[in-house]
Design a protein around this ligand. Structure first.
Ligand code: PMP
Length: 440
């Protein structure tokens, strides 16, 4: 029997590079034909042939409440009826900026953009403009969108396709980016000792989840704060993926809540995306008032956007943040814990060496003896895993009606709509997937 998706994918590839609008969607590292989506509701996504899956991608993060939450959809429909785009300021933008500041105190001022890429690009330009310095430090395996300066040794699709960076990025740009191994305090200290006076900013994923989930070791984010401050550089905390997902105040909030009050710290700039747009194209950069006020029209750092602060997107974001109460976070944490534990148990039962790593409700599986023996702390350890066990694992899950992110380098995403029924469908699928991984 032919899969209707084959024909659609053939047409897609004839008109769209790789048939997709974003690379990892193409199933390039797991093989097979991507499912073309028709609709999604709650914890489920349905493809164009009518097959329904429990979704553990959730649009790669935005779907904290589940797909198409009725109150979010209603807010968007009401906004749409008032007009799709104004190119003028709106009250909803003010309310959303206030909602962000209420949850994440370091975001004293907020500028809206449409994608996480724009948010990190703006943060880097702002850091360079504020310090008058050129160098940016990033960590290998971290993904900050497809900003030229930040594509070196990046995670997400760049990792999935085994690329060191991207063609089309100039040597001059690359020369201004210093890439360091993650969780490596000596390497960081050394770079600051040698070139601290030239460094505009360190950008870091608050808790990295684009090379699989590799949490910061205790004190590492605090060290970043300490060193940047001591050398007059800025700390840019990328919470595009973790923000409003792992805690109302993001990974930063989770760390502060876990602290006894003696080691609290604040970033200079924070980037948001995904959840903050409630499934619509919206992202933001926030930070200390005197830095943010360097942005145009007040200051010399230019930044703009025709669709920035779009009224449908701000409506979705506001509705999402207002609905994301403690019960939502408790449910997401619980569902994530149950599935993470069950994935580990299923792999154990089949004798598949592995390690499940978590950062709040985000988690992923690393395969192989090396990962089983010691925590995966950096991109080198991520790359040393037995990645070949993932494609059969992924396809067994898909065959059983569970859509995982189609790459071993991505986190699994839960939502508050993942009820006991959805979770038990995932649990039922795991033993056969573990057998497939064992046989790989
Ligand atoms: N930063 C992080 C941490 C991300 O996870 C992503 C997207 N996965 C981005 C930035 C880029 O966001 P966008 O895809 O909206 O450009």
């Amino acid at each position: 029997m032919t899969d209707p998706m084959d024909e659609i994918f053939t047409s897609a590839r004839a008109v769209i590079p790789g048939g997709v609008s974003s690379p990892v969607r193409a199933y390039g590292s797991v093989g097979g034909v991507p499912r073309f989506a028709a609709s999604a509701r709650g914890p489920h996504i349905t493809d164009v042939s009518g097959r329904e899956y429990v979704d553990l991608v959730m649009s790669w993060g935005p779907g904290l409440l589940g797909h198409a939450h009725p109150e979010v959809v209603d807010a968007v429909q009401q906004a749409a009826a008032r007009g799709l785009s104004f190119g003028a300021p709106t009250v909803a933008e003010v309310e959303l900026a206030e909602a962000i500041r209420e949850r994440v105190a370091p975001a004293q001022r907020v500028r809206f953009v449409s994608t996480g890429t724009e948010a990190t690009m703006t943060a880097i330009r702002l850091a360079r403009g504020a310090t008058g310095r050129d160098l940016v430090v990033k960590f290998s395996g971290h993904y900050h969108g497809h900003v030229d300066a930040l594509l070196a040794e990046a995670g997400s699709g760049v990792a999935t396709f085994g690329m060191p960076g991207s063609a089309g990025v100039t040597a001059a740009t690359t020369a201004q980016t210093i890439v360091l191994p993650y969780n490596d305090a000596p390497a960081l200290t050394e770079v600051f000792a040698a070139r601290g006076h030239e460094i505009a900013a360190v950008i870091t994923e608050a808790a990295p989840a684009n090379m699989g989930v590799v949490p910061p070791e205790p004190g590492f984010n605090g060290l970043l704060r300490q060193l940047t401050e001591a050398h007059g550089a800025l700390l840019v905390l990328d919470e595009v993926l973790t923000g409003f997902r792992v805690h109302p105040s993001g990974w930063w909030g989770l760390e502060q809540a876990a602290d006894d009050g003696t080691r609290t710290w604040e970033p200079d700039l924070v980037t948001f995306g995904k959840v903050v747009g409630g499934g619509m194209p919206l992202a933001a950069v926030g930070g200390r008032a005197e830095l943010m006020d360097l942005l145009s029209p007040l200051g010399p750092v230019y930044q703009a956007g025709t669709l920035s602060g779009n009224p449908l997107a701000t409506a979705a974001g506001l509705a999402t943040l207002r609905l994301a109460d403690d019960a939502v976070y408790a449910r997401v944490d619980e569902a994530a814990g149950v599935i993470a534990d069950a994935a580990g148990a299923a792999l154990d039962a089949e004798g598949v060496a592995h390690r499940v790593q978590r950062a709040g409700s985000l988690f992923s599986v690393f395969f192989g003896e090396a990962a089983a023996a010691a925590p995966v702390r950096n991109y080198a350890a991520v790359q040393a895993q037995e990645a070949f066990r993932f494609p059969p694992f992924f396809h067994a899950m898909l065959d059983a009606g569970v859509a995982l992110p189609p790459s071993v380098f991505e986190a699994w995403f839960l939502s508050a709509a993942h009820d006991d029924d959805a979770v038990s469908r995932v649990l039922d699928a795991l033993p056969a997937a573990a057998r497939a991984a064992a046989a790989a």
